[in-house]
Ligand binder design. Structure first.
Ligand code: FMN
Ligand code: ZN
Ligand code: ZN
Length: 760
C-alpha cells in the first residue's frame, strides 16, 4: 500500500496516502477513542452480537411503513379510511419488508392527545395511562438548534461551534449508556427533562401527546403519581403529569407566513391530502370520472380512423396531433340516449334512437372542439436554471426532499406511483403525492402502460389534489423488468404513438396542470429518443421534458451521454421553430419554449456549469449526487467545493431525523419508520468522500474510494459501508433499535455496483 496517488486512476477516488488503511473495519470504533482501524474489542463483540440478531427477521407489509395512518395524529383526513394493511409487492419492495414496531400497550389515540374518549368503556384501546407510562421506555434524548435557527448555516461562528460540540457530545453519550438511576416514581420514570420534541420545537404543540418518545419536552410534573401518593395524585388520570402547549409558539405556528396558497390545515404543514371519502369511493369503484371515459374513447376512435387511412393520407393528416378534441357534450347526450333506451326496445324505438344519435352527432360537429384545453390555457413552466431534485423511489421521501430544499433545491418530483394504484385508492400510493408546504415547485410522477390507466389517474389527481401540483410527470425511463414487461416505464420509448396518445389524453384530463415526461436515450444502445423530442411539444403538447442520458439496457453503466442530450434538445427546439414558421399565417399563437432538463452524473458545480453551457438545456436534474451529498445544491448555487465537516454532516442526519419524526410521527412506530428511511439515506451518504482526504478535486461520483480513515472518528463512521454502522448512527438520534430490527438497503448503493442501482 505504498503507492503514491498522484496519478488519477479512473474509477478510484484519489485518497491521500496518509488516510489509506488496509481494509474497512468490520464496524467502526468508538467515537471517543481512537480511529476506526483500532476498533476496540468491545465494539467488535457488539458487532458479533448484532450479527446474530440480524438473522432473525420479523416482517410485515412494507407498504404500512409509508402509509399514512400515522397522519391520524395530525389531521385524520386519510386515517378514517386507511386501507386495510395488505401485503403488496411492488417493484423492488418485493420480498423486502420491515418490522412494524409498536408499543406493548395500545393506548387510545384520543387519550394520547389528552382528550376525552367518546367511546369510554367500549373503546378497543387502553385508557390506563398509568400502566402505559409504567411500561413506556425512557425518553430518547434529542438535541436541536434554537427554535429560530433551523440550520447551522444560519448561526454565527461561535453559536455554531457550541451547538455542533453539544450535538457531538450527545452522539457520544448515546453510545455509552449512563448508570441506571433507581426510578423514584414508576409512572413518571420514562421522562427526560433534557430532551427536545421535534414537533413541539416546530409547532409549540405535539400531536402525538403521551405516546411521544420525547415526552419530557412537553409535560409538566404537578405532583407525584398515584403509585407514590395514591388518590392524592393530580394531573391527567392521576399520573401527576399534564401535557403542555406553548400557546405563543402554537399561535405563531398556526399563523405562520403562508408559503403555500393552498394550505389545507392550519395545524399541518403538509398538503395534498385526499378529501374525505375519495379513497373509499376509488376502492369500491364508485368514483365517477367526468372526463376519462370520453377521452379514452376519443383516443380509440382517433387511432381507428388513422389505421383506416391509406399511409400517404395518415402521414399528412392533422388527426392525432395537437390538443385532443374531446366533445363532452356529445358524449353526455349519447350516454343519456342509450340510458333511456329500454333493454327490449322495439325496432321502431331502436330506429328513433339511431336517428337521435345521428342528429346529435351531426349537430355537434360544428362545435366539436368546445371543451378542449388549448396549449396556451395550460400553465406554463418557466424553469430556467432551477435545480431539479429527481424523482427517487423510497429515498425521495418528503423528509429527504425537505432536507434538499434546505440546501437549495428548487423543483421537486415525488416518488413514482403506479397509475392503477392511484385509481384503486391505495393509501400508500396517495401518500406519495404529499407535499411539504415549503416545496416551492412540486409535481408527482406516475407510471403506467396505457391511456386506460393513466388518463383516469390524471383526472383524479387533478380533481382531488390538483391545487397542490405544479406538474405531473410520466415515467418513461424506469428500466426494471416488473415495470418494463407490463409495457410501462422505459417500454414506452419503443411505442411512440402510444406515448403520444398517453400525453395528449393525460394533458386533456389534467386541465391547466402541465404534463412533463422523463425519458432515457432508448431501450438498447440504439439512440432513439430524439424521435420523441421531435414530436413531444409540437404534436403532443408536453409542458416540460427531462432526459437521462443512458439507455434502459445501460442502467447506470458508463457515463451519461450529454452529447446526445444536446442533440435531443436541439431537435425539440428545431421542431418548434419549424412549427412556428409554418403556422405564422394561421390563427395560432406562437408556441413558447418548454423547459428541457438533462440528467446524469451531475456531482458538483463544475459538471453543472459545463452541461448548462454545452448541452443547450434549461437545467439539470440531480439524483445520486443529491443522495450522496444533499448539500450539492448549495455547492452549485454558490459555485464552491464545500469541505463539509463531519459534525455538520451529523447535524444533517439530525435534521433528517427531525423532519422524519414530524412526518412519520414521534411515537414508537413513527420512530422506527424514520429509522428505516434514515438508514436508506445513510446507504447513500456514506459514499461521500470528504474533500479533505482527497488528493485533488473534482471527484467523480462513480469513483470508489479504497478503504480509508477520515480526519476524525466521526468522519470515519460516516464513511462506513457497513449497514450496522448506519443503524448505529440512526440510534444516536432515535434511541436503540428494537431487538428484531434489521436493515437491508433497498438500492444496495453500498456495493458500488453499477448494475445494482437499477431504478429509474
Ligand atoms: C435510488 C434511486 C431511485 C430512483 N427512482 C426513480 C423514480 O422513481 N423515477 C424516475 O424517473 N427515476 C428514478 N431514478 C432515476 C433518477 O431519477 C435519475 O434519472 C438517475 O439516477 C440518473 O441521474 P443521476 O446520475 O443524477 O443519478 C432513481 C434513481 C435512484 C438512484
Ligand atoms: Zn378510547
Ligand atoms: Zn412530542
Amino acid at each position: 500500500m505504498s503507492t503514491t496517488h498522484s496519478a488519477y486512476k479512473p474509477g478510484t477516488a484519489p485518497i491521500k496516502a496518509e488516510f489509506l488503511v488496509p481494509s474497512w473495519p468490520a464496524r467502526s470504533g468508538s467515537l471517543q477513542g481512537e480511529n476506526a482501524a483500532t476498533a476496540s474489542a468491545e465494539s467488535c463483540d457488539t458487532s458479533v452480537a448484532q450479527g446474530q440478531v440480524e438473522t432473525a427477521s420479523y416482517q410485515i407489509a412494507d407498504g404500512a411503513t409509508t402509509e399514512m395512518p400515522k397522519q391520524d395524529t395530525s389531521t385524520g383526513t386519510l386515517s378514517a379510511e386507511a386501507e386495510p394493511k395488505r401485503k403488496r409487492a411492488r417493484g423492488q419492495n418485493k420480498g423486502r419488508q420491515f418490522a412494524r414496531m409498536d408499543d406493548d400497550i395500545a393506548l387510545c389515540a384520543n387519550l394520547a392527545k389528552g382528550r376525552v374518549c367518546e367511546f369510554a368503556d367500549t373503546c378497543k384501546f387502553s385508557h390506563d395511562l398509568c400502566a402505559y407510562l409504567t411500561h413506556k421506555p425512557r425518553d430518547i434524548p434529542f438535541i436541536a438548534p434554537p427554535a429560530d435557527k433551523d440550520r447551522v448555516q444560519q448561526m454565527n461562528e461561535s453559536e455554531r461551534s457550541a451547538y455542533l460540540d453539544a450535538l457531538y457530545a450527545q452522539a457520544v453519550a448515546s453510545e455509552t449508556p449512563g448508570p441506571t438511576e433507581a426510578a423514584s416514581d414508576p409512572i413518571q420514570h420514562s421522562l427526560r427533562d433534557d430532551t427536545q420534541c421535534p414537533y413541539f420545537r416546530e409547532r409549540g404543540a405535539c400531536p402525538i401527546g403521551w405516546k411521544c418518545r420525547f415526552l419530557g419536552a412537553h409535560v409538566r410534573r404537578v405532583s407525584p403519581s398515584k403509585a407514590v401518593v395514591g388518590d392524592e395524585a393530580q394531573g391527567m388520570l392521576q399520573t401527576g403529569l399534564e401535557l403542555v402547549v406553548d400557546d405563543a409558539r402554537y399561535a405563531a405556528y398556526l399563523h405562520r407566513p403562508s408559503l403555500f396558497a393552498h394550505r389545507q390545515h392550519a395545524d399541518n404543514d403538509e398538503v395534498n391530502w385526499l378529501p374525505p371519502g375519495v379513497a373509499r369511493s376509488l376502492r369500491t369503484k364508485k368514483y365517477v370520472y367526468e372526463k376519462a371515459p370520453v377521452i379514452v374513447s376519443t383516443l380509440q376512435q382517433e387511432s381507428q380512423a388513422l389505421q383506416a387511412m391509406p399511409p400517404s393520407e395518415a402521414a399528412s393528416t392533422s388527426l392525432g396531433k395537437g390538443p385532443l378534441r374531446v366533445n363532452y357534450a356529445l358524449a353526455k347526450t349519447e350516454a343519456e340516449l342509450s340510458a333511456a333506451l329500454p333493454r327490449d326496445a322495439s325496432p321502431d324505438t331502436l330506429e328513433a334512437y339511431e336517428d337521435a344519435l345521428r342528429n346529435a352527432r351531426d349537430g355537434s360537429d360544428a362545435a366539436a372542439d368546445t371543451a378542449r384545453v388549448r396549449p396556451s390555457e395550460k400553465r406554463r413552466l418557466r424553469w430556467h436554471g432551477d435545480l431539479y431534485l429527481a424523482p427517487l423511489t423510497t429515498t425521495g421521501n418528503l423528509p429527504f426532499r425537505r432536507l434538499c430544499a434546505s440546501f437549495g433545491s428548487d423543483i421537486h418530483c415525488g416518488e413514482m406511483g403506479m397509475a392503477e394504484a392511484f385509481t384503486q385508492g391505495h393509501a400508500s400510493e396517495w401518500s406519495l403525492v404529499r407535499r411539504w408546504e415549503g416545496e416551492r415547485i412540486f409535481g408527482t410522477q406516475i407510471c403506467g402502460a396505457k391511456p386506460d390507466f393513466l388518463v383516469p389517474a390524471a383526472e383524479v389527481l387533478a380533481r382531488e389534489v390538483g391545487a397542490g401540483l405544479d406538474f405531473v410527470d410520466v415515467n418513461c425511463g424506469c428500466p426494471i423488468d416488473l415495470v418494463y414487461n407490463k409495457g410501462a416505464g422505459s417500454a414506452l420509448l419503443d411505442h411512440v404513438s402510444k406515448l403520444g396518445r398517453i400525453v395528449r389524453g393525460m394533458s386533456e384530463a389534467l386541465g391547466e396542470i402541465p404534463l412533463t415526461i422523463k425519458l432515457r436515450t432508448g431501450t438498447t444502445a440504439k439512440l432513439t429518443t430524439h424521435k420523441i423530442f421531435a414530436r413531444a411539444q409540437t404534436e403532443w403538447g408536453v409542458g416540460g421534458i427531462t432526459l437521462h442520458g443512458r439507455s434502459r439496457k445501460q442502467r447506470y453503466k458508463n457515463d451519461a451521454n450529454w452529447d446526445y442530450i444536446r442533440t435531443c434538445a436541439d431537435t425539440l427546439r428545431e421542431s418548434v421553430r419549424t412549427w412556428n414558421e409554418e403556422s405564422r399565417h394561421a390563427d395560432e399563437p406562437e408556441m413558447a419554449p418548454i423547459p428541457i432538463y438533462g440528467n446524469g452524473d451531475v456531482y458538483g458545480w463544475r459538471d453543472y456549469e459545463a452541461h448548462m453551457t454545452e448541452a443547450h438545456v434549461d437545467g439539470t436534474m440531480i439524483a445520486r449526487g443529491a443522495l450522496i451529498k444533499p448539500w450539492i445544491f448549495t455547492e452549485i448555487k454558490e459555485r464552491r467545493d464545500w469541505d463539509i465537516s463531519s459534525r455538520e454532516r451529523l447535524d444533517m442526519v439530525r435534521q433528517f431525523a427531525s423532519y422524519g419524526l414530524t412526518h412519520w410521527g414521534a411515537d414508537t412506530q413513527g420512530i422506527n419508520t424514520t429509522r428505516r428511511f434514515l438508514c436508506e439515506m445513510l446507504s447513500f451518504t456514506h459514499r461521500y468522500v470528504p474533500l479533505g482526504v482527497l488528493e485533488h478535486v473534482p471527484v467523480r461520483m462513480n469513483d470508489r474510494p479504497p478503504p480509508f480513515e477520515g480526519r476524525d472518528p466521526l468522519e470515519t463512521l460516516l464513511s462506513s459501508p457497513s449497514a450496522q454502522d448506519w443503524t448505529r448512527i440512526a440510534d444516536m438520534f432515535l434511541g436503540p433499535a428494537p431487538d428484531n430490527w434489521r436493515f437491508t438497503p433497498k438500492h444496495k448503493s453500498n456495493s458500488f455496483d453499477d448494475a445494482s442501482e437499477s431504478q429509474g
